[in-house]
Design a protein around this ligand. Structure first.
Ligand code: NAP
Ligand code: F7E
Length: 348
């Protein structure tokens, strides 16, 4: 019999990749959206059009009764909890809502499974994050963060995710639930929201190349991230739930790059070479061929506390899950810029 999966946050970046992957693997896929059950709801009609096989359930992660009802009715074999306020910068502006959704929302989902009496049968995946580590010197291993590394979150988002991570472990230890935590480093791609730095850059580069935008404004160019491709990472999520035992798994590439490198490589994909002039907030990215300013710094995008560097060690996932990322850093930048060039050109 086909297995049944329930995905919260199905309209987000990972939700889209995961729904497609599970459908291809023969799962019956339920996807949770928040809002009202109306065909005119933009998210609803978009998802229905792109992935007609996803059975949509309208519920909010804040609403335990709706989650419990969904669990009682669907009795899923696997639950992937991807819903969250996931933007780190935004979490500083709305820390209370972030705690409620990104933190306590995980408890709501776990409790819903228990209230439906499914704690011994339903497998649970929690979307934990490298933001829990924080990137500070004192807790940063040279070779990259492993599952055992020390946590020091640097944002309301990271703190809320740490609660989600520990309550998942607690339900594993207290009730014997198959509750697994994937500690994922940044993963990007053509489905990434435009508020995240990689997609903001690839979109702007495409628009600048096509003469639809003059300048790209960014915050901190020197922070470093371990960036992989989201399509590779959802395969890792699925593998985690196929193991004999639940656990914690880091998914990462083992490489780290600055925002500045991403900018340079993205422009290079369109034949533009960027040179940098000036310092700090006055720094400018200039088109070497024309002398035109294409990149400026806008302090609005700085964060009250920054995670300067993230680097993950995926050895456990590679060994135990047989997982390996396929897309490397240049491949990721190329894929995103090519997608946005096509998309922006098509929009006229
Ligand atoms: P995303 O694109 O921001 O998607 C998150 C989804 O959660 C959105 O579709 C959002 O719905 C939904 N959501 C937010 N609040 C909700 C609520 N109260 N009830 C129901 N749904 C709600 O995030 P992503 O990049 O796909 O990431 C998936 C998960 O992995 C997130 O939990 C994220 O924190 C975590 N994570 C991501 C990365 C990464 O690099 N992408 C790395 C580590 C961990 P709306 O569309 O209605 O806002
Ligand atoms: O920022 C810097 C910013 O917003 C990356 C989420 O998926 O990954 C993501 O969180 C870096 C930061 O992602 C801009 O200061 C510079 O240093 O793309 P981001 P993130 O904060 O790393 C983790 C693993 C998650 O779990 C999260 O859910 O880029 N930066 N200039 C900028 N960032 C943004 N957004 N916009 C700028 O203009």
């Amino acid at each position: 019999m086909a297995k049944t999966a329930f995905i919260t946050g199905v309209a987000g970046q990972d939700g889209g990749h995961l729904a497609k992957l599970l459908h291809e693997k023969g799962y019956v896929v339920y996807g949770m959206l928040r809002g009202q059950l109306e065909a005119s709801h933009p998210r609803y009609s978009q998802l229905k059009q792109e992935m007609p096989y996803v059975k949509i359930v309208m519920a909010d992660l804040l609403d335990l009764s709706a989650l419990a009802r969904a669990m009682q009715e669907i009795k899923p074999d696997e639950v992937y909890n991807l819903a969250a306020i996931s933007h780190v910068g935004y979490s500083f502006r709305d820390p209370v809502l972030t705690a409620d959704i990104t933190g306590k929302g995980v408890l709501n989902m776990l409790e819903a499974i228990r209230l439906a009496g499914l704690e011994k049968t339903t497998r649970f995946y929690q979307a934990s994050t490298s933001e829990m580590f924080g990137g500070l010197d004192y807790n940063r291993p040279e070779e990259g963060y492993t599952e055992e590394a020390r946590f020091h979150p640097r944002s309301p988002y990271g703190v809320a995710k740490l609660y989600g991570h520990w309550i998942t472990k607690n339900y594993r230890e207290s009730y014997g639930m198959f509750a697994t935590s994937g500690i994922l480093f940044n993963h990007e791609g053509e489905r990434r929201g435009p508020e995240f730095v990689t997609r903001k850059i690839s979109k702007a580069v495409a628009r600048i190349k096509l003469g639809k935008q003059d300048v790209l404004e960014l915050g901190n160019l020197d922070s470093k991230r371990d960036w992989g491709y989201a399509g590779d990472y959802v395969e890792g999520m699925w593998r985690m739930l196929q193991q004999d035992e639940p656990g914690d798994f880091v998914l990462a590439t083992g490489e780290t790059h600055t925002i500045r490198e991403f900018v340079e490589l993205a422009f290079k994909e369109t034949g533009i070479e960027i040179t940098w002039q000036g310092k700090d907030v006055d720094e400018l990215g200039i088109d070497k061929a024309t002398g035109k300013t294409l990149v400026k710094i806008n302090p609005e995008f700085f964060r009250p506390a920054e995670v300067d560097i993230l680097l993950g060690d995926p050895t456990k996932a590679e060994t135990v899950l047989g997982w390996k990322r396929e897309v490397d850093f240049p491949g990721l930048v190329k894929l995103m810029v090519e997608y946005d060039l096509g998309f922006e050109a098509g929009r006229g």
